[in-house]
Design a protein around this ligand. Structure first.
Ligand code: BGC
Length: 798
């Protein structure tokens, strides 16, 4: 017996049933119960894939904000995924966090999914390989990864109830594959069971998938936790192989599980096995037995070291979609007009549990101005891009008492006496995370509007409840109801008014404290201008410049957990803005600040398009480096971009009578696009970089009638050093095409290299009649730079 087994057996033998069961539900939102008598310390969990955000949902601690998952994935580079994992591990250690709730390996099944930004790709192989590298790097540092969400969780509409219907082949070959790869090659210490049902059974109760496939067939020895509030049953979830209910301390286990064991409905050995897995996780992260030594604080999130890594991670994944007449990189001379709301209010992350509060955000306009010099750059705001006023834009509100950014929160009793007055360094408050507001009868939020000169502002209040709202010359009472199509935390009801305000104007919102938990806050932003006014100013600036850089994009209203999109069109009048600028400017470069596909009706009228993703805290510095060529934006797309709403193998994410049928089967993403022969706007794998590539002789290595690797000569025929991603696709006979391998290579101009692309054998199988079979090794092998640019086609069988 190993030392761990001895300690575990001892703990299980000494703890009574209640004590054991208590450990199997979280203690709070993001912590697990300690059990000092058994040598178990508190285990701390934190979201998520793009940064370690800590224990608070709103206004949490400052942490590095990484580029989003698609931007990282666009490097097509496992060493980049490993770099992200290692950085997250250091950030976790600095916060004393044992378990990071990521990576997300659900796939881009439909471009409308609001949560795509958190997932790597539409392709299971790319996803599985990147997740593996990311997990290995995290766990090498003693921090657990949590592979999520297990499984068939590819949309947000009705996410807590939707029933995903898939045949066994599709499940195995596509949606389980990234999980299978990561379990085999990285052994994540935790897995999160999803909200949805799979073929009728809630994922948290899915015995066939959790006990059967994951723990049985794959031999997984880690812990399976529920997604937050996902588990509702006692016996079914415990028997299915779920090990931990999150969050806590309430939940469907506790006393109910104790009673079920006493009644003989759940075997006590099941509870012992759950405790065993929990203690194994705790041991792995240094919270069971000898406690881990945390390193002394690592580099701060705004240190030069972190900033440089984050800038490179973002810029290198950015993708050149179009580059006519070598418009990019920008020339060393000439005037640039930087235009667009996203240039000024750059979107660096999607919304939801992956949100991180960064130390700063380098906006795109600032980044370009810093890189090129203020004398070359003019900055012009664009059209309005948001429908709702979100949290007050950072820096727009100040606590009137201290002058610090944020607001003053005053709680009062029934006769209006002040109970407490506090500064909150954020303009939202989650009452669940603020126990000090609970005894209040009213909660008053006050802030001063930070303005240099008088301006028309849209100000107001956000969050459910009975409110009074006052501002200079304005007073109203309002009742805000829950927005019923989404959660309480992400989509808040709001009420705003537009007023001309003087610098220092004070706004106050008073709510009657309600027993229920909710997020409340203040809203403030500059009043939107009519689109024609914004477009007029943009056109004037574009005419004067040598190059117009128009920055457009999505916002967290589209790229968010809990809500799917209805269209891929850019919000607001951004398409009209681009078209007008393109008509006026000598040259137009469009920078798209979004993670997931958008329509580009102006594509033929612009000279270049840089896909910038959601670049994280160093956004502007990274965009500037990519535009100037200081860092090659060497990304390749990780998802196919439809040309029109409705195109592609899968469109609507909306369940029909509670069900989403994965009827396209294994032909998801580029596989489906290729068989349908519909031309997308851009193919999966597309990306131009800044140099040119020629492909020479290609050769297959075949063993046992199956392709094992491909060797091909590539030459950098352009004028700059660059990175090429050699992609190998296989089209088995009568089957959709599939990515089977890729290799990235960095080459100086004029150099040739022989590139080996290993083929992953897991892509050469077919799930049939309940077992894996090797597919016949016939068909075609395509060597490509995305399926729109195939450089060689070879018969698969020699
Ligand atoms: C999300 C998970 C996340 C959890 C904790 C859920 O809503 O689906 O991905 O880890 O919340 O914040």
């Amino acid at each position: 017996m190993t030392d761990l087994e001895v300690r575990t057996d001892k703990a299980i033998a000494t703890l009574g049933l209640e004590a054991k069961v208590r450990l199997l539900t979280g203690a709070t939102n993001f912590t697990l119960h300690p059990e000092p008598s058994a040598g178990l310390a508190e285990v701390v969990l934190s979201d998520g894939p793009t940064g370690v955000r800590g224990a608070l949902f709103t206004g949490g601690r400052i942490a590095c904000q990484l580029p989003n998952a698609t931007l990282l994935a666009q490097h097509w580079d496992t060493t980049v995924a490993a770099q992200a994992g290692a950085l997250l591990a250091e950030e976790a250690a600095a916060q004393r966090v044992h378990v990071v709730l990521g990576p997300t390996v659900n796939l881009h099944r439909t471009a409308l999914n609001g949560r795509l930004f958190e997932e790597f790709s539409e392709d299971p192989l790319l996803t599985g390989a990147l997740a593996t590298a990311y997990i290995n790097a995290l766990q090498e540092h003693g921090v657990a990864a949590t592979l999520k969400h297990f499984v068939a969780n590819e949309a947000e509409t009705d996410r807590k109830t939707v029933n995903s219907l898939l045949d066994e082949r599709t499940l195995r070959e596509v949606y389980l594959l990234p999980f299978e790869m990561a379990v085999a090659d990285a052994n994540p210490w935790a897995v999160m069971a999803a909200y949805n049902r799979v073929n009728g059974t809630p994922a948290t109760e899915h015995m066939e998938l959790i006990a059967g496939v994951l723990k049985g067939e794959w031999g997984y020895d880690g812990l399976v936790m529920s997604d937050w509030y996902a588990a509702t049953s006692t016996v079914e979830s415990a028997d299915a192989g779920l090990d931990l209910i999150m969050p806590g301390p309430a939940g469907p286990w506790g006393d109910r599980l104790v009673a079920a064991v006493r009644r003989g409905e759940v075997a006590e050995s099941t509870v012992d096995e759950q405790v065993r897995r929990l203690l194994r996780l705790a041991d792995r992260v240094g919270a069971f037995g000898t406690q881990r030594q945390w390193p002394s604080e690592g580099p701060a999130p705004d240190s030069a070291e972190r900033r440089e890594v984050l800038r490179r991670l973002a810029a290198g994944g950015m993708t050149v979609l179009v580059n006519r007449a070598s418009t990019l990189p920008l020339a060393a001379e000439g005037n640039i007009a930087v235009i667009g709301r996203h240039a000024l209010e750059t979107v660096t992350q999607g919304a939801g549990s992956a949100e991180v509060r960064p130390p700063h955000v380098v906006g795109i306009a600032d980044g370009i101005t810093q890189a090129l010099g203020a004398d070359r750059v003019t900055v012009v705001d664009g059209v309005e891009v948001r429908r709702d006023p979100l949290t007050a834009v950072e820096g727009s509100l100040r606590d009137p008492e201290t002058g610090e950014l944020g607001m003053r929160v005053v709680t009062r009793d029934a006769v209006g006496e002040v109970i407490e007055s506090r500064h909150v360094g954020w303009t939202e408050l989650f009452t669940r995370e603020s126990p000090w507001v609970r005894s209040a009868v009213t909660i008053e939020l006050t802030a001063e509007v930070a303005l240099a000169e008088p301006a028309r502002m849209q100000v107001g209040v956000r969050g459910r409840g009975e409110w009074t709202f006052s501002a200079p010359g304005h007073f109203e009472r309002v009742r805000l109801e829950r927005v019923d199509d989404a959660g309480e935390v992400l989509r808040l009801p709001y009420r705003t008014v537009t007023l001309r305000l003087e610098p220092g104007a004070r706004i106050t919102a008073v709510a009657t404290a309600e027993p229920e938990e909710r997020v409340i806050g203040l809203a403030a932003r500059r009043a939107p201008k009519p689109p024609a006014v914004a477009i007029g100013a943009a056109v004037r600036a574009a005419r004067e410049a040598d190059v117009a850089v128009v920055v457009v994009g999505l916002t967290p209203e589209q790229e968010t957990e809990e809500v799917d999109k209805l269209t891929l069109a850019l919000p607001g009048e951004q398409d009209a803005l681009v078209a007008a600028v393109a008509a006026a400017a000598k040259r137009t470069v469009v920078v798209v600040n979004a993670a997931t596909p958008v329509l580009m009706p102006w594509l033929d009228r612009v000279d270049a398009v840089l896909w910038a993703g959601l670049p994280g805290q160093e956004a502007g510095a990274a965009v500037a480096a990519a535009l100037t060529g200081e860092i090659e934006p060497a990304g390749r797309l990780v998802t196919t971009f439809p040309a029109r709403d409705g195109d592609g193998p899968v469109w609507s994410p909306v369940p029909v009578r509670g069900k989403v049928s994965y009827g396209e089967g294994i032909a998801v993403g580029h596989r489906g696009w290729h068989s349908a022969r519909t031309e997308p706007l851009f193919w999966f794998g597309h990306g131009l970089g800044y140099t040119e590539w020629a492909y020479g002789e290609a050769e297959l290595a075949v063993a046992d009638d199956m392709i094992r690797s491909v060797r091909v000569e590539v030459t950098n025929t352009g004028g700059r050093a660059g990175r090429e991603v050699v992609q190998v696709y296989w089209r088995p006979e009568a089957e959709p095409v599939r990515l089977v391998g890729w290799t990235g290579i960095d080459l100086e101009p004029g150099r040739t290299a022989s590139v080996d692309v290993p083929v992953d054998a897991r892509l050469l199988r077919r799930w049939q009649d309940g077992a894996w079979q090797q597919l016949p090794g016939t068909g075609e092998v395509l060597i490509a730079r995305g399926l729109g640019d195939i450089r060689a086609t070879l018969p698969a069988a020699n």
